[in-house]
Design a protein around this ligand. Structure first.
Ligand SMILES: [Zn+2]
Ligand SMILES: [Zn+2]
Ligand SMILES: [Zn+2]
Ligand SMILES: [Zn+2]
Length: 471
């Protein structure tokens, strides 16, 4: 457990205090005949909401449980039917591995609860195909309805859960509530207002996808006339806040104050902006040509490909940028030059030359590894410290280490992860250049990962460190 503080703890908010009031006016909150559904590729699980449209308590809807698993809920039969092709395999696997009679009706603590959830999700992962890390299937197994005080499952008959009216994200059972009848957010979060708000933002991020189909993951619209290396997101949005076009029906200025929009923008921009910060720290911002190799790239790098244009927007002196992303889980091989990126009519053309390449495979075996040495190696949330990951990383790290003097920048979902990764890197002979540090350009989008005790919510690229190979 690390004592390092998150960059945004105690800092000014990135969104307006009344963002939810504004959000309330949207279709998801205010339209009773709402029929849109979550697109599966962006899906996330909310235990007290309809599994298809993510609506529920905030709209005063009564939800009905799936009779198969008694875990997921729906606002109507239509949404249950729509979700069944996706939910089917999970529902069947869960019903096989979990017997409601095994779930003792007893008070347990977090440790015992997480041990049980972990065991269940492991069993289900063996039965359901596909990439399950961070996927909705693992989330359902982990965060299914339960009392946040006694950890009894909402599936046990007689366990009557009351859900937080402010965030619709956590519940306490009636027996734990006892005589507490006046239930406000404080009852559910031990007085931690920020926790309640994080749950609300987490849900509203999903709601935003339901309303608009896709999150906003994009670079800003205009080019800076001189190098812009902001200190943090507050600084960044000060200059760029109105630079993302009329994506909503509302006014452009609304972008700045809407928490879910800021969350999505930072979720895409955390990659180029974290790189921009690395370039600043390593005094590489004056260069007119840059080559960056991103190691262990996955879905998030793939999705954010277009957001790398931001490095051109912020660096007018940069003429050429070549990015090679390599990872075994990248969906395909692909090479795209910057002028080929499709821009909307509001977006200014970007002067960058060079390409973004996706290479599916392991870095030490790919052609880029034996080509010209890059200016920078980056690994976003690599998780070297997990022994099963390290096996596949070892040869790549041995190779990167021989590129002496080229920095390797890493990030992680939390501090202990980055601490442990640095320990592993030192173990194979790297030298620490910048110790684990809070990242001012972490994503601000909360992601629920109850398997980590440190906090309920994790953030993409929350902390970083820089190492390098030495001769
Ligand atoms: Zn629904
Ligand atoms: Zn089910
Ligand atoms: Zn309870
Ligand atoms: Zn709450």
């Amino acid at each position: 457990m690390s004592e390092t503080k998150d960059y945004y703890e105690g800092k000014d908010k990135l969104w307006h205090d009344r963002w939810f009031e504004m959000f309330r006016k949207g279709k998801w909150m205010s339209n009773p005949d709402f029929s849109s559904t979550m697109s599966p590729e962006w899906d996330s699980y909310h235990p007290y909401s309809c599994n298809t449209c993510k609506r529920g308590g905030l709209q005063s809807l009564n939800l009905v449980r799936c009779s198969g698993c008694r875990v997921v809920k729906y606002c109507c039969r239509d949404h249950q039917k729509k979700d069944w092709p996706m939910h089917k395999s999970w529902c069947k696997a869960f019903s096989k591995v979990s017997d409601i009679n095994d779930e003792a009706d007893e008070k347990i603590d977090w440790t015992e609860w997480s041990r049980r959830q972990n065991e269940t999700s492991r069993k289900i992962m063996n039965m359901v195909r596909g990439d399950l890390r961070h996927s909705i299937n693992v989330q359902i197994a982990w965060v299914q309805p339960h009392c946040s005080r006694c950890f009894r499952s909402g599936r046990i008959s007689g366990v009557d859960l009351v859900v937080c009216p402010s965030c619709n994200g956590v519940a306490v059972c009636k027996s734990c509530l006892g005589h507490e009848t006046d239930t406000t957010w404080e009852t559910f979060h031990n007085g931690d207002k920020q926790e309640c708000e994080s749950y609300l933002i987490y849900l509203c991020c999903s709601a935003m996808i339901v309303e608009h189909e896709k999150p906003v993951l994009r670079p800003s619209h205009t080019n800076c006339t001189e190098t812009f290396c902001p200190k943090d997101w507050i600084d960044y949005f000060e200059k760029k806040g109105n630079d993302f076009g009329t994506w909503l029906d509302g006014p452009i200025s609304a972008l700045r104050i809407m928490a879910p929009i800021v969350c999505f923008l930072t979720d895409g921009l955390t990659l180029p902006m974290t790189i921009q910060m690395f370039l600043g720290e390593l005094s590489l911002l004056k260069k007119s040509e840059l080559s960056i190799h991103i190691l262990g790239a996955e879905g998030q790098e793939f999705i954010a490909t277009r957001a790398f244009l931001e490095l051109g927007r912020l660096n007018p002196q940069l003429k050429r940028l070549d990015i090679v992303m390599v990872g075994p889980n990248l969906p395909n091989n692909y090479s795209h030059s910057y002028p080929q990126f499709v821009l909307s009519s509001e977006e200014a053309p970007c002067h960058l030359e060079g390409t973004v390449d996706h290479v599916s495979g392991l870095y030490h075996r790919c052609p880029a590894a034996s080509g010209p040495v890059p200016d920078l190696f980056v690994a976003f949330n690599p998780g070297f410290q997990e022994p099963s990951h390290f096996v596949t990383w070892r040869s790549t790290l041995e190779l990167v280490k021989t590129r002496t003097g080229v920095p390797l920048c890493i990030t992680g979902f939390n501090f202990s992860e980055v601490h442990n990764d640095v320990k592993v890197l030192k173990g194979v002979g790297f030298q620490e250049k910048v110790p684990p540090t809070a990242n001012p350009f972490r994503s601000t989008r909360p992601f629920l990962d109850p398997s980590r005790e440190e906090t309920d919510f994790i953030y993409n690229n929350k902390a970083y460190a820089i190492v390098q190979g030495v001769a």
